[in-house]
Design a protein around this ligand. Structure first.
Ligand code: DC
Length: 229
């Protein structure tokens, strides 16, 4: 019987620290990394560039026939997103692409179209995957599932700090309200809503440093690996 390649999933709302934690866990365990949000962002960027109507699923899906998206490891701490030969790693991080990604991510046809692409990241010796539905839909057989949260207030503080580092001022109250609204939208959508998998462990990170979050996940992984050997 073949042994499944190990997967650790880290799901949760935006701003909970999933991306940073996933990259650090992958680095420690020498596992591959899937930032599934980047997959939606690349698809959205391609749709935008091809003038798709982002409120019309058929219009977005029509652009996929010419999409050649790929992801290549870039140094120890990241993965480059490519559209054809072009490195679009920076372009996919803009607010415009983020908003477009959240629109296309609600479309069931889009979610189905990127499913295989995400599963192809599962390669030996293992994978850490972060997103919203990694443990529920994409890798339901993952050996460790983490649901990472933080209070809206704490996530707003973290987001304000990120923006300040970029020279952008933002009100924490406004950010907390926007984050609350986005949580409700993500959790209430029909397809792949943001919910913890039944067998996920929850980590509330409001009072934890990123190092503490990473340590908990790696410890949990080592405990499980030992009990299986
Ligand atoms: O994590 P992020 O901000 O890069 O994600 C971009 C958008 O993609 C976000 O609006 C939520 C959506 N997304 C999703 O629906 N499912 C995932 N597994 C990952 C991201």
């Amino acid at each position: 019987m073949s042994v499944a390649i190990p997967v650790i999933t880290i799901d949760g709302p935006s701003g909970a620290g999933k991306g940073t934690a996933a990259a650090a866990v992958a680095l420690q365990l020498n596992f591959h990394l899937l930032d599934s949000g980047a997959v939606y962002r690349v698809a959205a960027l391609h749709a935008l560039r091809n003038n798709a109507d982002l409120n019309d699923e058929a219009s977005v899906l029509a652009t996929f026939s010419t999409m050649r998206a790929s992801f290549e490891p870039k140094g120890p701490d990241g993965v480059a997103a490519l559209l054809g030969e072009e490195d679009v790693s920076l372009q996919i991080r803009t607010e415009q692409t983020g908003n477009a990604a959240s629109k296309v991510a609600v479309m069931p046809g889009v979610r189905a179209a990127v499913l295989d692409e995400q599963r192809a990241f599962r390669r030996s010796p293992g994978l850490v995957a972060d997103g919203r539905d990694m443990g529920t839909v994409v890798f339901p057989d993952a050996q460790l599932k983490v649901f990472l949260t933080a209070s809206p207030q704490e996530r707003a503080i973290r987001r304000a700090k990120q923006l300040k580092d970029k020279g952008i001022k933002a009100s924490i109250a406004d950010l907390a309200r926007e984050i609350g609204e986005r949580d409700t939208r993500d959790a209430s959508r029909t397809h792949s809503p943001l919910v913890p998998a039944d067998d996920a462990i929850s980590i509330e990170s409001s009072a934890l440093s990123i190092d503490e979050v990473v340590e908990r996940i790696v410890q949990e992984w080592s405990t499980r690996a030992k009990s299986e050997s």
